[in-house]
Design a binder for this molecule. Structure first.
Ligand code: GLV
Length: 378
């Protein structure tokens, strides 16, 4: 870990440490991965203005997310099966996030359960919700999140049907999973991962296990999840979620101005401009290219967050300059987790923090509130 200086180093290390099926799962985009590449490519096109001779001696990366003070303008976004990147992955990532003073979001499809994480961390975390066909089960999930004192509900709205990721099918990580012999052999060559996952609390979907009648193993649970994506989902369901969750609500997966306006009307606290990390509609616009249009349209009515392709602190700076109040990172911390557990997540957060801090200085801004379009080359 000492030689790790950037997120790409963590990605390479993660690939060495964990089975290929799970690295592929984390890295993949859907279909031809055009949108996955556009997310990164369009971020890299945005040029920062180099400013000199500005007193930047006292800098501060703190800001607020949902009205709460955070030490950095980003949090950890929801990622399914985090606990298969490293045993107890959700607990470790949450601890690293809280130690850094930023929020952690647990996925509905996590390996540790809501209760496992709540019992192992000192502060509230955010819970990501998939509205599945079985509304009774969804209601019970929301109640469990409330009982665990989750401080926000992140409603994912861009996964009514699943975008195909070729690698997952080739690796047998599709729904239902049927890992190929070559993957099992590959797993046996990663003893550190085997040890960490075997010593973890759980190996299957913790929020579902024992809660869905007749569904126990990973295979039947995954089959159940696959049959539960609800193609009928509509804004009416957001109203329903609001009626059973009185707390702060974040709508994640907005990539269109019209949808952003509809999301703002729901009374949600925030929306996340997102194309699900290029994992859903391939051929969709990059997340960063839609951000300024959406921020201009609804930024005064609803808190606008951003995700999609962030690998550096410079990327965070670009997103804030284009109107995001804050960001979520996904793969960047997952690489850290797979590479080195809690310390790896802390490393990922620290890398992005330092890059952001230095880049703020070199663009001549001292606080997150000072960041705006004026720091970009027009
Ligand atoms: C699930 O949310 C995924 O993108 O795999």
């Amino acid at each position: 870990m000492r030689d790790v200086t950037c997120i790409e180093d963590l990605r390479v290390l993660a690939r060495r440490r964990i089975p290929r099926a799970f690295s592929d799962y984390a890295e993949a985009g859907s279909y031809s991965e055009e949108t996955l590449r556009a997310n990164r490519g369009d971020l890299e096109q945005i040029k920062l203005r180099q400013r000199v001779m500005v007193d930047v001696s006292s800098r501060d990366t703190a800001t607020t997310m949902l009205g709460e003070t955070v030490s950095l303008p980003f949090g950890l976004g929801p990622v399914a099966m985090t606990g298969l990147q490293h045993g107890n992955g959700e607990i470790l990532a949450c601890r690293a996030a809280h130690a850094a003073g930023i929020p952690f979001t647990m996925s509905t499809l996590s390996i540790c359960s809501i209760e496992d994480v709540a019992a192992a961390v000192a502060k509230p975390f955010w819970f990501q919700l998939y509205v599945m066909k079985d509304r009774g089960f969804v209601r019970s999930l929301v109640e469990r999140a409330a009982a665990a004192k989750c401080s926000a509900l992140v409603l994912t709205v861009d996964l009514q049907v699943l975008g195909q990721r070729h690698a997952d099918i080739k690796n047998g990580l599709s729904v239902p999973p049927s890992l190929k012999i070559k993957n099992l052999i590959n797993m046996a060559t990663k003893p550190g991962w085997v040890l960490s996952v075997l010593s973890g609390k759980r190996w299957t979907f913790g929020n579902l296990h024992g809660r869905v009648k007749g569904m126990e193993g990973v295979k039947s649970l995954a089959q159940w999840v696959g049959s539960q994506f609800d193609e009928t989902l509509s804004w009416k369901d957001v109203e329903w979620v609001r009626s059973i969750w009185p707390g702060k609500l974040i709508i994640k997966g907005i990539l269109d101005i019209e949808d952003a306006k509809l999301a703002a009307k729901t009374g949600a606290t925030a929306l996340v401009v997102s194309n699900h990390g290029g994992r859903q509609l391939d051929g969709a616009a990059s997340s960063i290219s839609m951000l300024p249009k959406i921020a201009d349209a609804v930024g005064s009515e609803i808190e606008v967050m951003f995700d999609g392709g962030i690998r550096t602190g410079q990327d965070v700076l670009r997103a804030l300059a284009l109107g995001a109040r804050s960001c979520l990172i996904g793969r960047a911390y997952i690489f850290g987790l797979a590479a080195g557990g809690e310390a790896g997540v802390a490393k990922a957060i620290g890398i992005i923090r330092n890059e952001l801090d230095v880049s703020m200085a070199l663009t001549g801004v001292r606080t997150v509130q000072d960041i705006g379009r004026h720091i970009l080359v027009q």
